[in-house]
Design a protein around this ligand. Structure first.
Ligand code: HSE
Length: 438
């Protein structure tokens, strides 16, 4: 029988005692026996770095666990678990951990999106592991499948709903007709919005996540400023109505896809129309999902809670266990897979479908003229729906025309729109949205 004295132990230092940090502490303490059984070693939580050691926490440990002295907390750690958030001070502490030979687990997407390359290189140089499953889509295991399970395949495209706040808002607007601000306030109350919700609403949170996903899927580093980012702030009731009429739902998608000519990856985050029968269209509320297309596996979908203490702590613990197993076996740290020289492409290279809603004179020949303008620019129309325009008057009879196009290059669409706007009969291009799915 194994006794405590002959069981090896690994020291875990925790940076941050917030929502996720507290849950990681809880699992390490409450599940200690079963973790030890599974690992063949103890995971010893040593100290927790917090700003205020006296504060009350979701999962309260005796006072001696908490410290505001980073050096003291990091000392002798086999694994440092960083869940404190923030970027610059956190970067310093992660680098300090790596330099002292500790492995690091982090859930900090902003840190990785900003300083990822520096940290991956530092970890590789020091021969330690840097794992970050919790940084994307909370409790969904997606990074390990991309890095390990799909390493014998070729990923061609990733489309993700990776921000729960915006999915919740769009879902509420679509299903209950809720107003944007009310839905956002509810998301904040439910606790999944970022401290500053503009990172959710403006698409920056999703952009950081797709940069991380693309790095693993395409084996090349990408940074946040290479992601074309458009948030949901301008999605109107009219957009929802036009999408619903055509059989679509609006989702904020984070997309990374490899193109052949020119070869590179387009990274984009924007409100997107999806057919209602697309698997991602069924992702409701604050849930997340990542849809992966690969040459041989074909289409896969990973679905689950994208935020929250226990789900995110589950992802953190998966990394901790994986690092601990490698450390016990004495193998080398996993090196990062930035082995391809693959460029991020401009959004103009992207090829997709579009919904274009215009307000135009309701008179004979107008539709033909607009359709002709699309044809001149090689943008083929798939369907069109005409509805009444509330702004229409006796003197100026107008209608709303909602076109769904076939696939076209973004730069061609831009030229089409310019020419359409210049038509005398066209009053306004009211909305342009990209459309994905078949
Ligand atoms: N604010 C994020 C979201 C959760 O709404 O999905 C953490 O990534």
């Amino acid at each position: 029988m194994t006794t405590v004295s002959d069981t090896p132990a690994l020291k875990i230092a925790l940076l941050g005692g917030g929502t996720v940090g507290s849950q990681v502490a809880r699992i390490l303490i409450e599940d200690a026996e079963s973790l030890t059984e599974r690992l063949g070693a103890e995971l010893q939580l040593t100290r927790i770095l917090v700003r205020n050691p006296q504060a009350t926490r979701d999962y309260q440990l005796p006072d001696e666990y908490y410290s505001d002295d980073a050096d003291e907390v990091l000392e002798g750690a086999d694994i440092v678990v960083e869940l404190m958030g923030g970027v610059e001070r956190t970067r310093e502490l992660v680098l300090q951990s790596i330099e002292q030979g500790s492995n690091v687990v982090t859930g900090n997407k902003a840190l990785l999106a900003t300083h990822g390359n520096e940290l991956y290189e530092a970890a590789a140089d020091a021969g330690v592991q840097l794992s970050f499953e919790a940084s994307v889509a909370g409790g969904i295991p997606i990074l390990r499948p991309l890095r390990d399970s799909l390493s014998g395949d070729k990923v061609t495209r990733i489309m993700g709903i990776v921000n729960g706040t915006t999915n919740y808002i769009l879902d509420q607007m679509d299903t209950t007709g809720a107003y944007f601000n009310d839905a956002l306030a509810e998301a904040q109350r439910l606790g999944f919005a970022e401290a500053d919700p503009s990172a959710d609403v403006d698409g920056d949170d999703a952009a950081a996540k797709i940069a991380i996903l693309a790095h693993l899927a395409f084996h090349a580093p990408f940074s946040l400023d290479e992601v074309y980012t458009q948030g949901i702030g301008e999605v109107s009731e009219m957009d929802h109505t036009a999408a619903a009429t055509a059989g679509y739902v609006i989702k904020l998608l984070a997309i990374a896809e490899e193109l052949d000519d020119p070869n590179g990856v387009v990274l984009r985050v924007h409100p997107t129309l999806l057919p209602r029968d697309h698997p991602l269209a069924s992702v409701r509320g604050a849930y997340n999902a990542v849809f992966v297309e690969a040459e041989n596996a074909q289409e896969l979908m990973f679905y689950g809670p994208g935020a929250g203490g226990p789900p995110t702590a589950s992802a953190v613990m998966g990394d901790v266990m994986s690092i601990a197993k490698r450390k016990l076996r004495g193998g080398p740290g996993r090196t990062h897979t930035a082995r391809r020289d693959l460029q991020a492409l401009e959004i103009g290279e992207s090829i997709t479908r579009y919904m274009v809603v215009i307000r135009a004179a309701d008179a004979s020949g107008v539709l033909a003229k607009v359709a002709g303008t699309f044809a001149e620019h090689q943008v083929s129309i798939k369907s069109m729906n005409q509805t009444l325009d509330e702004a229409s008057t006796e003197e100026d009879k107008t209608a709303l025309l909602a076109f769904i196009t076939h696939r076209a290059k973004e730069s061609q669409l831009a030229q089409t729109l310019k020419a359409t706007e210049a038509l005398e009969e066209v009053r306004e291009v009211l909305s342009v949205m990209r459309v994905e799915g078949k």
